[in-house]
Design a protein around this ligand. Structure first.
Ligand code: PMV
Length: 327
């Protein structure tokens, strides 16, 4: 058996604008997805996921890209999970020279699904690595990142940036601008996350911003302003200036509100975190529903979020330098 793990991420700055070529800075956090891969004697694929919000999810199919298992969980969750895992298997088999050996895959994940924390990227990165190694290949993290991006782009109909997959594979804080992906470092950043228990529809939210941008010049300008803000954010990260990072996170959230991707639940959590003393707070990822990230050491911020009615769960997380790893 081969086991690989990869982290989730938050966006410190730059989601949505990154889709239009502006820079973004995601940071890996210490919530991880773990994939165990074992070769089988036949050519079938069996996939089990114990804690992906798909309780007791186990399917067996013939490894066909179009396979649709017959199980009783929402079709969209199954399609998405099977799409990412099928894509990962396809990429890993290719890295291993075209093997078609059957596989047993088990996925465990601490990362809530569809909540802006990069769960699909973490599972895809870990799955490509675990399967490729189980089949005898030894890809480096950059190669896995690029293959994982190809999978995300295919599953998300081309509406994906390299941010999630590169960040998950490399760990730390990274900068992504188009195809230019770089690791920035490992600043010590304490985060508190608030989760409203929901999931945003990334495709729909990205399409909404696209439409706004086509309708209003100033929406396009807003996207450019997010890019300028990211450049400032990078300097603040370099200087370790947490106050400035917090201010820029607040500014970034305001611009995302203007682009229509926040919601009452996310805004309530952002304000609860700020009122409790967070240096800054913003939504993370596509928006709609899901998570906010606050820059805060204070346990008060987690407590304030726990007492916010729309917040289902609050938890502390910190930036992790550890990207893709084998166990
Ligand atoms: O919600 P997530 O973690 O899938 O992040 C989406 C971020 C977007 O910038 C909106 C899209 C992308 O692929 O970069």
């Amino acid at each position: 058996m081969t086991t690989s793990t990869a982290p989730g991420k938050i966006y410190l700055f730059g989601e949505h604008a990154v889709v239009y070529g502006e820079p973004a800075v995601p940071c890996a956090i210490d919530l991880r997805a773990r994939v165990h891969a074992t070769q089988r004697d036949d050519d079938r694929v069996r996939l089990s996921a114990s804690d992906l919000s798909l309780d007791g999810f186990t399917i067996e199919y013939d490894g066909d890209q179009n396979a649709r298992p017959d199980i009783d969980v929402p079709e969209n969750l199954v399609s998405a999970a099977v799409g990412y895992v099928n894509g990962a298997i396809h990429q890993a088999r290719d890295l291993a020279g075209g093997s078609d050996t059957g596989l047993e895959l088990t996925i465990e994940s601490d990362i809530p699904l569809g909540a802006g924390l990069g769960s699909s990227a973490a599972v895809t990165v870990a799955a490509i690595d675990a399967v490729a190694r189980e089949l005898g290949a030894t890809p480096d993290a950059e190669t896995v990142a690029e293959r994982a991006f190809q999978v995300e782009a295919a599953v998300q109909d081309g509406e994906a940036s390299r941010a999630d997959t590169f960040c998950s594979a490399m760990g730390g804080a990274v900068r992504v601008e188009g195809t230019d992906c770089r690791r920035l470092g490992e600043p010590d950043l304490p985060f508190v996350l608030g989760y409203d228990g929901g999931a945003g529809d990334t495709g729909q939210l990205v399409a909404g911003v696209r439409q706004l941008r086509e309708t209003y010049d100033f929406a396009d300008t807003t996207i450019g302003v997010i890019g300028d803000l990211v450049e400032r954010g990078e300097r603040a990260l370099d200087d370790g200036d947490l106050d400035e990072i917090g201010r820029l996170m607040n500014f970034n959230h305001g611009l995302l509100v203007a682009l229509g991707v926040s919601s009452r639940t996310l805004d309530d959590m952002v304000w609860a975190a700020r009122d409790a003393g967070a240096l800054g707070a913003k939504l993370t990822g596509a928006g709609g529903r899901g998570c906010i990230v606050a820059l805060a050491e204070a346990a008060d911020v987690a407590t304030a979020l726990e007492h916010t009615p729309v917040c289902e769960r609050a938890f502390e997380a910190s930036l992790t330098p550890d990207g893709l790893q084998q166990e």
